[in-house]
Design a protein around this ligand. Structure first.
Ligand code: SAH
Ligand code: SF4
Ligand code: F3S
Length: 464
């Protein structure tokens, strides 16, 4: 038995990092590491970093400054604290981290987490260790692994990776460089993970990846399966009440996915489909490989398959050369589609991406102003969407006790948090709830009892 040691992981960025952090915990558990909430008392601190925008990657160095103080303090008390940097900044600038931050013991890229125990041993014997080569075999387990780190259930809802990496090369984006080429896991591995999670009480699975609808994994029949077919298979697994997937690219929405939305009650009618811009010129400069009209048609295909489907999206304002008219085209698209939620960002030039060399910049003031206008519009749509729930009876999957004593919180099909006063016995169940009020982004309701109602007809949010 290894002596117990404390591990603290801080994750930034996307769901893939959240998932990877859990896998790091699972990989380090046999080494005696137990998770702690405090970086100060940890024997090992891992910063699981994100490189997507400048702000995200800058956080690493300021956090490392704080950790250096904690490490020195621990050393004064005769305790060794090790610091590892993982994630996309590690991948993109591993050498620079080693140079700039002498306090860092280990730098590990997203393809190498299963080597963490060996890297820690190497850091101990050699001082420091860096591993950002990729692809280094495969952490997904295409190859037989000596000791597969069993995926552990951590609640009612779980993430499962189905693919990693991206071949799209949008001109603003670092992901193809930090996560590498698109790789899909075989269907059998995913089915095994989902079964194991279901056996441990998980009721909702979100399939994750940088571009999940590019999924093309090997099926049990030896053929390549698309995402829709995989979803059909997963819906058969006992105990799984809800399926979701994220993130999708508008170019890769194929017919089996649309069919899955039509045929599978378990597949939630909430689709994150980033569009980035409503201007065809900007979309082309972004190398998105679709026009605004292509996107509208994709949305229509989903809506034809399932009338209660709602959408969220990502937007970038101030891409190099974006004119006021081109930004207005984004606003027009948002008005036309009507989103239940959306994320919007100011363009941030990323080293090594083609857009970073585009010289026509948009001023900081214009970017700020455009972001405010876009976010106001999105907020209006989101509030209207949430308010439309009041008075409706909707299915909620209950996940845990809420902060308010006596309340249990769950989520609607559209990921809205919904609170009811009820016994904790309902955790893990999908129950109809009559929504009575809305507090900021949270719904408050009462268990409706009886059987689930058919899905309500949602307002089309056109024109907000
Ligand atoms: N794979 C996902 C998203 C990856 S990053 C997809 O294709 O949708 C999440 C979001 O961050 C992107 O959708 C984009 O809106 C934003 N983003 C990515 N690079 C950015 C950059 N350089 N500046 C600002 N926002 C960016
Ligand atoms: Fe980045 Fe584009 Fe790939 Fe999304 S699809 S991860 S935005 S390159
Ligand atoms: Fe960030 Fe890497 Fe995810 S750059 S968004 S952590 S894939």
């Amino acid at each position: 038995m290894k002596p117990p040691r404390k591990l603290h992981i801080k994750s930034y960025g996307c769901q893939m990092n959240v998932y990877d952090a859990q896998r790091m915990v699972d990989t380090l558990a046999p080494e005696g590491f137990i998770e702690t909430d405090s970086a100060e008392d940890a024997d090992l601190v891992i910063l699981n970093t994100c490189h997507i925008r400048e702000k995200a990657s800058e956080k690493v160095y300021s956090e490392l400054g704080r950790l250096r103080v904690a490490k020195d303090e621990a050393a004064r008390n005769g305790r060794a604290m090790r610091i590892a940097v993982a994630g996309c900044v590690a991948q993109a600038e591993g050498e620079e981290i080693i140079r700039r931050a002498p306090t860092v013991d280990v730098v590990v890229g997203p393809q190498s987490y299963h080597h963490l125990p060996q890297l820690l041993a190497r850091a101990k014997s050699e001082g420091r260790a860096l591993e950002t080569e990729f692809p280094v075999e495969d952490k997904f387990g295409f190859l037989p692994q000596p000791k597969p780190a069993a995926i552990r259930a951590r609640g009612i809802s779980a993430f499962v990776t189905v693919q990693e990496g991206c071949d799209k090369f949008c001109t603003f984006c670092v992901v193809p460089y930090t996560r590498g080429a698109e790789v899909s896991r075989p269907v059998a591995k995913i089915v095994d993970d989902v079964k194991r999670l279901a056996d441990n009480g998980v009721r909702e699975i979100t399939l994750i990846g940088q571009n999940v609808n590019a999924y093309h994994g090997e099926g049990p029949d030896g053929r390549t399966w698309p995402l829709g077919k995989l979803l059909h298979r997963l819906a058969e697994i006992e105990g799984i009440a809800r399926l979701r997937y994220s993130t999708s690219h508008p170019r890769d929405v194929e017919e089996t996915l649309i069919a899955a939305h039509r045929d599978l009650g378990a597949l939630m009618p909430f689709v994150h489909l980033p569009v980035q811009s409503g201007s065809d010129r900007i979309l082309a400069a972004m190398n998105r490989k679709h026009t605004a009209d292509d996107y509208r048609r994709v949305i229509d295909r989903f809506r034809t398959a399932r009338q209660d489907v709602a959408f969220s999206s990502d937007f970038i304002v101030g891409f190099p050369g974006e004119t006021e008219g081109e930004f207005a085209a984004t606003l027009a698209l948002v008005m036309q589609i009507g989103y239940a939620a959306a994320y919007s960002f100011k363009y941030s030039p990323r080293p090594g991406t083609p857009a970073a060399d585009m010289w026509e910049t948009v001023s900081a003031a214009e970017m700020d102003e455009r972001l405010v206008r876009l976010q106001e519009l999105i907020d209006t749509q989101q509030s209207a969407f949430n308010r439309a729930m009041i008075g409706e009876t909707v299915d909620v999957l209950f996940e845990r006790a809420a902060r308010n004593p006596g309340q249990i919180v769950g989520r609607t099909a559209y990921l809205q948090p919904a609170h009811v006063f009820a016994s904790p016995d309902i955790i893990g169940q999908v129950l109809p709830v009559t929504i009575e009020s809305l507090e900021r982004y949270s719904l408050l309701g009462e268990l409706a009892g009886g059987v689930a109602q058919p899905a309500p007809t949602l307002p089309q949010l056109t024109g907000a």
